[in-house]
Design a protein around this ligand. Structure first.
Ligand code: ATP
Ligand code: MG
Length: 424
């Protein structure tokens, strides 16, 4: 046998029955997006590297060490697999002048790529659902995108997920805070780890995000951005909180919530669960009013979030939520291959009428075909036996309901009884 070729480390296959959970999740998301009037957008997996360098920021974790970047061997272009969805969506909207007629509410579902150390909830190819609301500057839309997550948790049966919010203010406000922050860290230089020392002057805000236990106390005592916010920023934050309060959505103001990308301003938020160990953030997002301009568009505000599907589905499993497993309505048993042309005609007609039918393939005894029918979990077996067919009929045998009796139906007009096979 030839040597096996295996999947790339950190990139997973999603096979049945696990894939059923994914389809159920995606169906639930699409129904949610319809209710909130968000429209689907699909952008390429590969983008020019400078889009992410400029969009996410040069000194972010993603750009510094997590991107799959390569040179296009045909023309030398610097390309990257997308590590997140926002930059590509904003690029597409700018490129197609799509904000010309007003704001856009968009969502995407798809794979993202980051070169991280694979572990539970952290993969190199992972999948996100995300929304981007572009062209709206008010806290009403901040609340909208946050509350649609709550609605999704409910639709998925997830119960309580904790909401953390913070305000990053505006760039000028962050500048004043940044100076105070650097001064504080310099006073405690002996406590800074290598990562923090490297970021001290490039991205000190990110030091607040450290997971190093030795730095926690020092970071807790650092000057808080909220104390540097001006009136307009505070007003925006208060308005958001008022809407969340009125909607009955609890939240915690977390002054250390800074998020990984440079593009955020004003509102940032994360949905966190304690049921997934270290990788407990299942969704994160915020406002990015400077990004459209940074990508070359006419200035326009924006807000969005990205949700890790693997983490959400891990939580679904932790909580024992069981999505409906897809099973065929009927399994077609064909004891004699000579009956196949008739059987296929009938099965096609039933499928055309909306019935899900699995046709037995590969022949075999009646007994072995019935074993397969049972394993398929179909509610009915359709038996295309020679005697029945000679009478112009097919036998319909209930497989899940012991009390129900077997009957026969005409093969001349399958559509006339197809609905009998559908779930009640
Ligand atoms: P973390 O702090 O866990 O690395 P992040 O801040 O890098 O997360 P975002 O860039 O905000 O994450 O992405 C949004 C969501 O996508 C995260 O909240 C998480 O649910 C998910 N996510 C991010 N990176 C990964 C990954 N490598 N594997 C699986 N899911 C991920
Ligand atoms: Mg990360």
């Amino acid at each position: 046998m030839a040597e096996k070729i295996v999947a790339v480390k950190g990139m997973n296959d999603i096979l049945p029955p696990e894939s059923a959970r994914w389809e159920w999740f995606e169906d639930t998301v699409r129904a949610l997006m319809r209710r909130y009037a968000y429209l689907n957008v699909r952008t390429p997996i590969v983008e020019h590297t400078p889009l992410f360098v400029r969009g996410l920021g040069e000194v972010t974790d993603i750009v510094e060490k997590e991107m799959y970047s390569f040179e296009d061997s045909m023309n030398g272009d610097q390309l990257s697999l997308r590590p997140e969805g926002t930059a590509g969506v904003v690029r597409a909207i700018v490129e197609h002048s799509a904000l010309y007629e007003g704001g856009k509410r968009l969502f995407y579902i798809g794979p993202m790529f980051r070169h991280e150390k694979p572990q539970r909830g952290r993969y190199r190819q992972f999948h996100q659902v995300g929304v981007e609301a572009l062209g709206f500057g008010g806290p009403d839309v901040d609340a909208e995108v946050i509350l649609m997550c709550r609605a999704l948790w409910k639709d998925l049966g997830l119960g309580e997920v904790r909401l953390d919010i913070n305000s990053l203010g505006q760039p000028e406000e962050r500048k004043a805070h940044r100076a105070a922050l650097i001064a504080h860290f310099e006073q405690h230089a002996e406590l800074l780890d290598e990562d923090a020392r490297r970021r001290l002057h490039s991205n000190p805000l990110r030091i607040l995000d450290t997971k190093n236990p030795n730095m926690q106390a020092m970071v807790e005592a650092a000057p808080q951005l909220i104390d540097y916010l001006g009136e307009a920023s505070l007003k925006h934050f208060d308005a958001l909180k008022a809407i969340l309060d009125a909607a009955g959505q609890p939240y915690r103001v977390n002054p250390r919530l800074v998020r990984g990308m440079d593009y955020y301003n004003l509102t940032v938020f994360e949905w966190v669960t304690d049921k997934l160990g270290a990788q407990g953030t299942i969704c994160g997002g915020g406002r990015y009013d400077g990004l459209v301009e940074l990508i070359g568009g006419k200035p326009a505000p924006g807000i969005g979030w990205g949700m890790g599907i693997e983490r959400v589905l891990d939580l679904v499993q932790q909580l024992g939520v069981a999505p409906p497993a897809p099973v065929p309505d009927a399994y077609a048993v064909v004891p004699d291959a000579a009956a196949l042309p008739q059987a296929v005609r009938v099965v096609e007609a039933l499928r055309g009428a909306g019935v899900s039918v699995q046709l037995h393939a590969g022949g075999g005894s009646m007994k072995s075909q019935f074993k397969k029918a049972d394993a398929s979990q179909a509610r009915y077996a359709l038996i295309f036996g020679g005697d029945e067919l000679a009478r112009g009929e097919v036998a319909v045998k209930p497989l899940r309901d012991a009390a129900a009796a077997q009957c026969t139906r005409t093969i001349a007009d399958p559509a006339s009884w197809a609905s009998e096979l559908l779930p009640a």
